[in-house]
Design a protein around this ligand. Sequence first.
Ligand SMILES: O=S(=O)(CCO)c1ccc(-c2ccc(C3CCCC3)c([C@H]3C[C@H]3c3ccccn3)c2)cc1
Length: 239
Amino acid sequence: SPKHKYYKEINEVIAEHIKYAAKLDIDNTWELIHDEGEMKVFKREMEEDGMVVDPLKAVHTVKGITGHEVCHYFWNPDVRMEWEGTLESAQVLDWFSEDTCVCYQIHKKVWPTTQREALFWTQIRHVPNEDEDEDGPDYWIVCNYSIPDHDKCPASKNVRINMNVAMVCETSMEPPSSHDGEITRDHITCRITYAANVNPGGWAPASVLRAVYKREYPKFLKRFTQYVMDQTKDKPIMF
Ligand SMILES: O=S(=O)(CCO)c1ccc(-c2ccc(C3CCCC3)c([C@H]3C[C@H]3c3ccccn3)c2)cc1
């Protein structure tokens, strides 16, 4: 099928996220803002035109689910409202391919900021281990990336955020010796790297935004991963 308008951009943005996640360079420029069990959430303090645009990075290790399952539920627009507690509405405006669509979503108002909305493409992709030896990295990735407009985008008075978000997952399985062949959920672990670059789109007090980020991101990641565990616990494993 003819390539769609964003085909080139999507490949570049995804490649960048994979390169970044593979490095996982949590150096001292990242400030730890939340440390709970296996979940660590970091931020960098950055401002653009006086607006807080702090990049956020989280690493989380979850037993019993795979990277494919985490990415499937994070990407699937049909279930977005089931786990994303900060949304007022979410809809698909367009499908570029079976793994790529355009979403329009309105976030619940976060006092005292004005209501926000997002228009973005979202793609799920499996990046298998490309080198011959078995233990190369195998990623599942979802990227949500803002686009400036879309002819089906509803007119609204909300402030439009600009975001570049990626969920990159790597699954590890215990060696077959520890289980006679049949892999169960007890033998799998998913390592999640979540990166969010959100420009709020309109001015909001830095102290307020930083407090909201500090509260909302850990809550969001906990709620989402719990949702995936609940949805998958009695289902066959999606490898
Ligand atoms: O991972 S996703 O792609 C999932 C798809 O929904 C994602 C997650 C979060 C956001 C988002 C959007 C707006 C805000 C702010 C900006 C000024 C006022 C609201 C925030 C800050 C407030 C933080 C936050 C973190 C997590 C969830 C909601 N709120 C975050 C966007 C996309």
